[in-house]
Design a protein around this ligand. Structure first.
Ligand code: SF4
Ligand code: FES
Length: 376
């Protein structure tokens, strides 16, 4: 594929801030969280939205951290709407209230993706590291349900909540969601740090897969169930981000432009700042974006594989973390010479501590495991 004719990204992931009242141990943010003082200003984010619309981006996903921590969120949503961008708010819901939701709806917000850590309050609040969060989330869901905005309920699943997949689907329907997303934890950043406490056993993962299939039949025509399967238990990788620098562009709170949210872990790569370069220039020509775009970079077995333009060789970040080289085939692939590394980790699943290292600026706090064991 020629890099010169690459189409524009479909979606912009606007990580407005790393501030967040929750401390989820699977957070995909980097271990080094950015300080509020260094964040892009309102005017800088508006310029990003202008540029995104100009190059043909269709959707903007406002995320973080907790994007509601930015007081200027309604202004950014309005700016996105004025530029014709479909807007999605990815939120924990704990900072949502009726007034702020009204402001966002009036500004033109189209969709809200509301995350829950579990269906059981004690477990949910232990995972998120915030007492009182579940009631705030349930209230947020009620308010969104009364609005004109579409609601997706999201659960990140792992060994300590996977037993409740059927309850998750049921709760999403009760909350009036049009869609529920059940996404297995991705193991980089904080998730990798907590992998011993989070990785499900193969038995747990197989059962959850069956439960999702059963729920899809049961809820057919009533609610869409999106399921992000567990890479560590897979035989084939996913097209991470739809392929490196193909469908999405990620902008960090301080304006670093990235092909994926974990890209900063790749050694030897430097990423441009939106403060210094235009989005069009970066997307079309920046060396970091060209590095793994398309198929020219691929080693065997990807290079001659029929699936190379389906999964684009999987995830570069996972390849780095598990094989030491981002240019290797994702070890989630059964054809990868490194697939055994992942299987060895899976064989140990369920034997480690259940304590979490919570996501927090400047350090990690250990919290003992739940008293009643896996699935608690
Ligand atoms: Fe995908 Fe590469 Fe595996 Fe083929 S060999 S399935 S392209 S990761
Ligand atoms: Fe970076 Fe998959 S998370 S390529």
């Amino acid at each position: 594929m020629s890099v010169n004719i690459v189409p524009p990204p479909m979606g912009l992931l606007a990580e407005l801030t790393h501030r967040c009242p929750l401390q989820c141990p699977y957070c995909s943010n980097p271990l080094e969280l950015e300080a509020a003082a260094a964040e892009l200003t309102t005017a800088e984010w508006c310029s990003v939205l202008d540029q995104a619309a100009a190059i043909g981006v269709l959707q903007v996903h406002f995320s973080g951290g907790e994007p509601m921590a930015r007081r200027d969120l309604p202004e950014l949503v309005r700016h996105a709407a004025d530029r014709g961008l479909y807007s999605n708010l990815i939120t924990s819901g704990v900072l949502v209230n009726a007034r702020r939701l009204d402001e966002l709806q009036a500004a033109g917000l189209d969709h809200v993706q509301l995350s829950f850590q579990d269906t059981e309050t004690a477990s949910a609040e232990r995972i998120g590291g915030m007492k009182g969060a579940q009631a705030l989330k349930l209230e947020a869901a009620r308010l969104i349900g009364e609005s004109d905005m579409a609601l997706t309920v999201n659960f990140v699943v792992h060994r300590q909540n996977l037993a409740r997949v059927p309850d998750m689907v049921k709760l999403a329907e009760q909350l009036g969601a049009a869609r529920v997303e059940i996404a297995n934890t991705q193991y980089y950043g904080w998730g990798l740090l907590n992998r011993d406490a989070l990785l499900p056993t193969r038995g747990q993962s197989d059962l959850a897969n069956e439960q999702v299939e059963a729920a899809r039949l049961q809820y057919k025509g009533r609610m869409v169930i999106d399921y992000v399967t567990a890479d560590y238990h897979a035989a084939l990788p996913k097209a991470c981000m739809g392929g490196w620098a193909r469908r999405f562009v990620n902008i960090s709170p301080i304006g670093r432009v990235l092909p994926c949210h974990a890209a900063e872990i790749l050694p030897g790569m430097t990423y441009p700042s939106i403060r210094e370069h235009s989005l069009a220039e970066i997307w079309g020509h920046d060396p970091a974006f060209l590095k793994f775009r398309g198929t020219d970079w691929m080693p065997e077995p990807c290079r001659s594989c029929d699936r190379r333009e389906i999964d684009w060789g999987g995830c570069r970040c996972q390849a780095l973390l598990l094989t030491g080289d981002a240019a290797n085939t994702d070890p989630a692939c059964v054809l990868s010479p490194h697939h055994g590394v992942m299987q060895d980790v899976v064989a140990q699943a369920g034997t480690g501590s259940e304590g979490f290292r919570y996501r927090r600026p400047g350090g990690q706090r250990m919290m003992p495991g739940a008293p009643s064991g896996p699935g608690a």
